[in-house]
Design a protein around this ligand. Structure first.
Ligand SMILES: [Zn+2]
Length: 286
């Protein structure tokens, strides 16, 4: 499943080439998780603004055509933007010359800088038109998202305060994504290991210094994944390569029964919130 680092690497790969691109056409394939909410044809004529990311969503602002060329005005572009999600299996590619869409290509945004194509075999992804990020439907989809992990305003004190309001195990709170986004299963396991925090510890029992260590560990883990992703995903053909490379150097994730890289004891696997949790019972304390 594409996680925050993969989505951010995707954003970095498409933002510069798409900035200022003119939309020539849009094509929909099979239905995705949610409908576009507009006829695809109304997107033609718009200009793409700077692609942004919020959680695992990408936002492509579309500026209405201001040209006095009547041919463009007839395109009917009305601004707004597209909120994209890669779901369980989606990947985005910006293709200089797009081949005919394959059976899993369910959205094309054809621009004068190439075709942005969503490939999504399981179709849990989505492309949704919204008048802005601050209005429905985008605002509704984004409203429960927690803080951005790299937001400077998200301080250790802010994380600590948010954790104090929750009683669930810290691992489940991280996975829920409503305190902080980006802590997908692998990153939550690794960050808790680095911070020396037992995944079953109740969120509201985490001290301020441990919250600070957790935030630093989460940022470090995501930064490393971005670094690895940036070096392996340049051509954006495989959205699943990142986790694979990152996983090879994981300290605990996927290493049940193997020796902890810190103390040599056996890494354990338990199930929490229907997800596998990997941790070291000696290095991670309640
Ligand atoms: Zn250990």
């Amino acid at each position: 499943m594409p996680e925050l680092p993969e989505v951010e690497v995707t954003r970095r790969g498409i933002a510069a080439p798409l900035l200022g691109a003119r939309v020539l056409a849009a094509r929909l394939g099979k239905p995705l998780r949610w409908p576009l909410g507009r006829p695809a044809a109304v997107l033609a004529g718009a200009t793409v603004g700077e692609v942004a990311r919020r959680g695992k969503y990408l936002w492509l602002p579309l500026h209405a055509a201001t040209s006095r060329d009547p041919a463009e005005a007839r395109g009917g572009a009305e601004g707004g933007g597209l909120l994209l999600h890669l779901g369980m299996s989606g990947s985005l590619a910006l293709l200089p010359v797009a081949p005919a869409p394959g059976p899993h290509d369910h959205f094309d945004l054809v621009t004068d800088r190439g075709t942005l194509r969503l490939n999504d075999p399981r179709r849990f992804g989505a492309v949704v038109w919204s008048p802005s990020l601050h209005e429905a439907p985008a605002a509704t989809l984004l409203q429960r998202l927690g803080a951005e992990p790299f937001d400077p305003a998200f301080t250790p004190a802010a994380l600590h305060a948010a954790l104090q309001r929750r009683r669930a195990p810290i691992k489940a709170v991280l996975l829920a994504g409503d305190v902080v986004v980006g802590a997908g299963n692998i990153y939550a396991c690794e960050a808790l290991f680095q911070a020396g925090i037992h995944p079953g510890l109740r969120s509201d029992r985490i001290s301020r210094p441990r919250a600070a260590r957790l935030l630093a560990a989460l940022r470090g883990t995501l930064a490393r994944a971005l670094e690895v992703g940036g070096s392996t995903l340049r051509d954006f053909t495989d959205a699943h390569g990142v986790s694979g490379v990152f996983q090879a150097e994981a300290a605990v994730y996927g290493r049940a029964g193997l020796g902890c890289r810190q103390c040599g004891g056996a890494v354990r696997r338990v199930v929490q919130a229907q997800r596998s949790t990997y941790f070291c019972p000696s290095c991670q304390r309640r």
